[in-house]
Design a binder for this molecule. Sequence first.
Ligand code: ATP
Ligand code: FE2
Length: 330
Amino acid sequence: LISLGIEGTAEKTGVGIVDDEGNILSSVGNQLFPKEGGIHPREAAEHHAYWIPKLIPQAVEEAGIDLTDVDFISFSQGPGLGPALRTVATAARTLSLSLKIPIVGVNHCIGHVEIGKLDTGAINPVSLYVSGGNSQVIAFESGRYRIFGETLDIAVGNCFDHFGRETGLGHPGGPVIEKLALNGSYVDLPYSVKGMDFSFSGLLSAALRAFKRGVPIEDICFSLQETAFGMLVEVTERALAHTDKNEVLLCGGVSANSRLREMLKIMADEHYANFYMPNMKYCGDNGAMIAWLGQLTNKYFGTVDIKDTHIIQRYRTDEVDVPWVKDYKN
Ligand code: ATP
Ligand code: FE2
């Protein structure tokens, strides 16, 4: 069976084609870079409306198949920006109806974890999913992916992006902050882990205040990273110890950061756990992850009626049964 997946929960449009054995036949995408400010949900939706019709033929051609070879459509049903999700769902329904093939909606966050496992060979990891819109520590337990820890306010990528915009570094802020951090030294910023959750808005405000006080930008960037990543690694470490697993998987766009990878790897090594990170192509939002999770979902639950393809804007990772994951300790 061949699944064509459409992704577009935020500013990246992706279309991917994956078969039922997990062979990724193609994955193409296009990212919106706003001229100024952050991502506007309407602009993201317009971006998807423009790009989805262009990316579908491209994905089909790259996969070396015909559009008529596609057996069903998978799409990201949530979580994400409402207008963006609605555009993706509309495109998926249209394709399903016009090709007369079934459709299935999937959870975006689980898509990140499943493509990460597929691409790296990890089997039962504790996953750190960090992006512009999400920051979660996820691990399988009792039939579902449980959220062991998550942000109480903004995502870590959003914290970096907001800092970048306010200080003239541009959007996205993450990559610029990483470069500047190489020449920085530590200044005190608030470290905020509460129970198993973390918070980044206080850190962002403190970093902006330091900038206004004239603290060198390199020092703020360095300290922003050390503090934010320290929080993420602490919670991932505690989830690893609690679940007694022996794999750590990093995914989401913030995975591009070398310092975060280094810190997580050190932590994993200390616990004799293997550290995994998918190819960057499959770290950020992509169509292949949706196509692949569509395959897993279809195998166990089948496809759905068009009337059950409404978007789920606040779709929680732990709302979904994942019978394809076996409940064993590795
Ligand atoms: P999602 O829908 O999953 O929230 P997204 O739209 O935020 O995804 P991603 O590509 O997963 O898209 O992540 C983009 C984020 O990754 C941005 O916040 C960006 O600043 C951050 N980022 C990218 N490169 C780096 C880097 N080198 N260091 C830190 N952060 C980075
Ligand atoms: Fe994502």
